[in-house]
Design a protein around this ligand. Structure first.
Ligand code: SAM
Length: 381
């Protein structure tokens, strides 16, 4: 379902030149340290510094729609309702305008879709968009038509062959559902005894892996229909370092389950309550991603597959949110354990982390693996 938003029908975005300059300086790096301030979200920093160059470079490959009157359509899947999402789209539009300004005299029109689950607060997103279009003499507006699209990115959302540029950043680690077997006490994949996947059994990881494969297949099948010929799709994933023989997560993240164990020992929560929580996120291995992408070789040409290490500060609030570098994990914890217990957990997590850094059993940075995949829709016969 696409929701046209009256207030956005002809929005003009404005430039955020300071951040833009920062990530432009970092082009070409493949081993990146991320500096984070308290309360900032890691994915904001990674987006800007480490991953965005590949996405901007991909934009330069985009061809104009064959029908000149057609608008250039840009979609951000799993856009959330945060400022970063608006800023990312501004940067994408600016690059598109630079590109087409160089290559043709007349600018195309732009249609931008902010896509996410129906459960997010789209009103908050719309307020942000409206704030971004306020007049400001210091900056040049980027005109576009914007709309919010509510639905699951694992389903079809757009008409056939209508999207020119799409990106899913920090979204494809979110699964469409928690595999049923991991909540079934009689299944070998039962994930009792933990809240994450950091110390789970091979059977549990296999159940998540199967769900992640199904989801990525559904995502790519839907996009194969929706992308216009030569349309570009940019995806990023947090990954495991390699396959199941290596540990699923960093030593910093394992702290989380130790804190929950302690809470059970102290009677703060019951073991049942802990055991019935399972994450909705999964870090695929690079091989798991490339294999699914290869299955779509008749639809997409792989323009780029880049794997890089990003060193995330251990002390950032988002690391404490357990399975994902995003605050959405904290929201899941709150929904299950309640606000009070979750806040206690976050405090305790940070305390254990700082102690570990202080006595040098943990490093300040945790090294995480990320993969960027840039696909080009092959022309249809
Ligand atoms: C970590 S946030 C990333 C937000 C944004 N892409 C960014 O880079 O700032 C993940 C987003 O994916 C969204 N999401 C999760 N599952 C989804 C699905 N099945 N379809 C669409 N969006 C989804 C969540 O609601 C959330 O807004």
């Amino acid at each position: 379902m696409a929701l046209g938003e009256p207030g956005l029908n002809h929005g003009g975005f404005h430039r955020r030149s300071a951040n833009h300059g920062k990530f432009m300086e970092k082009f070409g790096r493949r081993d990146t340290s991320v500096v984070s301030k308290n309360n900032s979200s890691c994915h904001v920093q990674i987006d800007s510094i480490a991953l965005f160059p590949d996405i901007l470079e991909a934009i330069d490959r985009l061809r104009l729609p064959t029908v000149l009157q057609e608008a250039v359509t840009v979609v951000q899947f799993g856009s959330s309702n945060g400022q970063i999402s608006v800023d990312n789209v501004v940067a994408i539009l600016q690059r598109l305008k630079e590109k087409f300004g160089r290559t043709i005299g007349q600018e195309p029109e732009y249609q931008v879709f902010f896509q996410d689950l129906p459960t997010i607060d789209f009103n908050a997103l719309i307020k942000l968009l409206n704030a971004s279009i306020l007049p400001n003499q210091d900056v040049h507006p980027v005109d576009c038509y914007a709309a919010a699209v509510a639905g699951s990115m694992y389903d079809r959302l757009f008409p056939v062959s209508t999207l020119h540029f799409g990106c899913a950043m920090f979204d494809l680690n979110c699964l469409s559902r928690i595999p049923e077997s991991v909540s079934d006490r009689h299944s070998p994949a039962y994930n009792g005894g933990q809240t994450g996947l950091h110390r789970s059994s091979v059977a549990t990881i296999k159940a998540y892996s199967a769900q992640a494969k199904e989801d990525l297949c559904n995502f790519l099948a839907a996009r194969a229909d929706e992308m216009a010929d030569y349309g570009i799709l940019c995806l990023n994933f947090r990954c495991r370092d390699s396959d199941s023989s290596t540990s699923y997560s960093t030593p910093h993240e394992v702290i989380g389950d130790c804190v929950w164990d302690d809470f059970i020992d102290k009677g703060i929560i019951s073991a049942d309550m802990r055991d019935s929580f399972n994450p909705l996120h999964y870090w695929r291995s690079v091989r798991e991603i490339t294999e699914v992408v290869a299955d779509f070789s008749s639809d997409f040409e792989v323009h780029k597959e880049v794997v890089q290490q990003v060193h995330i500060p251990a002390g950032s609030a988002s690391v404490a949110s357990t399975p994902s570098p995003s605050l959405s994990s904290t929201a899941m914890l709150r929904a299950h354990f309640g606000k009070e217990v979750t806040n206690l957990y976050l405090q305790r997590y940070e305390q254990v982390l700082l102690e570990g850094i202080g006595n040098q059993t943990l490093s300040y940075h945790q090294s995480t693996t990320w993969m960027i995949v840039v696909l080009i829709r092959k022309p249809r016969g």
